[in-house]
Design a binder for this molecule. Structure first.
Ligand code: PLP
Length: 440
């Protein structure tokens, strides 16, 4: 089964290339909750790939839809042309969108969805005659992908510093993680809603609200270690944006499609933004696809103000609404509906929460944060070696326990497929516990 693969040519993304290539971790097939590695081991997937394979791997219905589409029509442009599945996909997304967000722009991934939403925000203000609104606000520790717009509003120094100047017109709020007051909260933390008021203070003291186009936030910050919004925090952001005519964008690339046990985090929190960016679970990750769901009246301004016959928004990708992605997306939405996967995630969440918090008291565990089927386990860093502790857990889980977890800093992040069974939940947390005990 094991094959020698030449690893020298591939420059791997977000990877310690030299370390990886010394002892490659190769996955060769996948089904349901499991990967198979090149040495024939079954690896239990605690991360749904990269927070994306919500319905489990190689779902037969999705696989078949892609296979059929590949033989029927490989590609068709959406620039001044159309194909039915692109329109059907947009309608399928609109059908589960939060109230009013029923206009859909397609792209290829989460990073493009963020840049698309930021551009729509800027262009919308301009179309309304409010062209001085050019400022974009994000948060510290936000991850909004890797394109220039996304790293400008993103809040991860490591993702920005290699690239010199990014957009100058971005600013950032503090993130709401407060371990001192909220450590080991179950579900949403109690303290910190007032941090939202920093937005208003910043607007009034520094920027003048009338220069700000949009605020973008992940309802739950995933990639930087599962940072949950304190109770009431998102509603406060919504209220401040409303008071000052600022668009609120939820980046739901991770939280979309059932991760919290509801279609979108907007549904879970009962806070409706003006736009939602999504990707990943949109096609169960089987074909790359991203989308922006836009409030209908935002879309309509473009249609009302551009001259007849003109292109209303100078934006789009060759592969926007690609036929394979559209086919995968339509099948994925059917699977979510037929298998009631969002409700299934909600039903599994309490068991997952109990299992996560069973790690409390184990060596080096500093905080445990969870919501729906997301969990972050923050560890005390090894002195002078940030990230080393979590990477050691990741490697032990992979090699010794046959479990895939993810790390970010010294945080273990979990986001299993929504089909996970209780026994598999136990196996994941048992694996992490063993890895931690082995370090003690
Ligand atoms: N936005 C958020 C919140 C994400 O978590 C991610 C990826 O994890 C992205 C954007 C970028 O998505 P992609 O890697 O598909 O470009």
């Amino acid at each position: 089964m094991e094959q020698a693969v030449n690893t020298e040519h591939l420059w791997m993304p977000f990877t310690a290339n030299r370390e990886f290539k010394e002892r490659p971790r190769m996955l060769v097939s996948a089904s349901g909750m499991y990967y198979t590695s090149d040495d024939g081991r079954q690896i239990l997937d605690g991360t749904a790939g990269l927070w994306c394979v919500n319905a489990g791997h190689c779902h037969p219905k999705i696989t078949e839809a892609i296979r059929r589409q590949a033989g029927e029509m490989d590609f068709a442009p959406l620039f001044q042309m159309g194909h039915p599945k692109a329109f059907q996909s947009a309608s399928a997304l609109a059908a589960i969108a939060p109230e009013g967000l029923d206009r859909v722009f397609f792209c290829n991934d989460g990073s493009e969805s963020v840049d698309t939403a930021l551009k729509i925000a800027l262009a919308w203000h301009r179309a309304r005659g409010d062209a001085q609104r050019v400022r974009l606000i994000g948060r510290e520790r936000a991850y909004h992908g890797v394109n220039f717009g996304g790293i400008a509003v993103g809040g991860i120094a490591g993702n920005r510093k290699q690239f010199g100047a990014t957009l100058a017109n971005a600013d950032h709020l503090r993130h709401p993680l407060d371990i001192e007051r909220n450590a080991f909260s179950r579900g949403l933390p109690e303290y910190g809603a007032a941090l939202a008021d920093e937005l208003e203070a910043r607007l009034l003291a520094l920027h003048d609200p009338s220069t700000v186009a949009a605020l973008i936030v992940e309802p739950v910050q995933g990639s930087t270690g599962v940072i949950l919004p304190p109770k009431g925090y998102l509603q406060r952001l919504r209220d401040i944006c409303d008071r000052h005519g600022i668009l609120l964008i939820f980046d739901e690339v991770i939280t979309g499609f059932g991760r919290l046990g509801a279609p979108f985090a907007a549904d879970y929190f009962g806070v409706v933004p003006d736009m939602i960016t999504c990707a990943k679970g949109l096609t169960n990750a089987a074909v790359p696809m991203g989308a922006v769901m836009v409030r209908r009246d935002i879309h309509d301004i473009f249609m009302e103000t551009a001259p007849q016959g003109a292109i209303e928004l100078a934006h789009g990708y060759t592969y926007s609404g690609h036929p394979l992605a559209a086919a995968a997306m339509l099948a994925t939405m059917e699977v979510y509906r037929e298998e009631d996967l969002f409700a299934r995630a909600a039903a599994t969440a309490p068991y997952f929460e109990d299992a996560a918090h069973s790690l409390r008291g184990l060596p080096f565990v500093k905080d445990i944060r969870n919501l729906g089927l997301v969990c972050g386990i923050e560890l005390e860093s090894l002195p002078g070696k940030p990230t080393a502790r979590a990477i050691d857990v990741f490697l032990r889980c992979f090699w010794d326990e046959g479990v895939l977890v993810r790390t970010t800093g010294d945080i273990i992040a979990l986001s299993p497929p929504l089909i996970i069974e209780p026994a598999q939940v136990d196996r994941i947390f048992d694996a992490i516990a063993s890895a931690l005990r082995a370090q003690a």
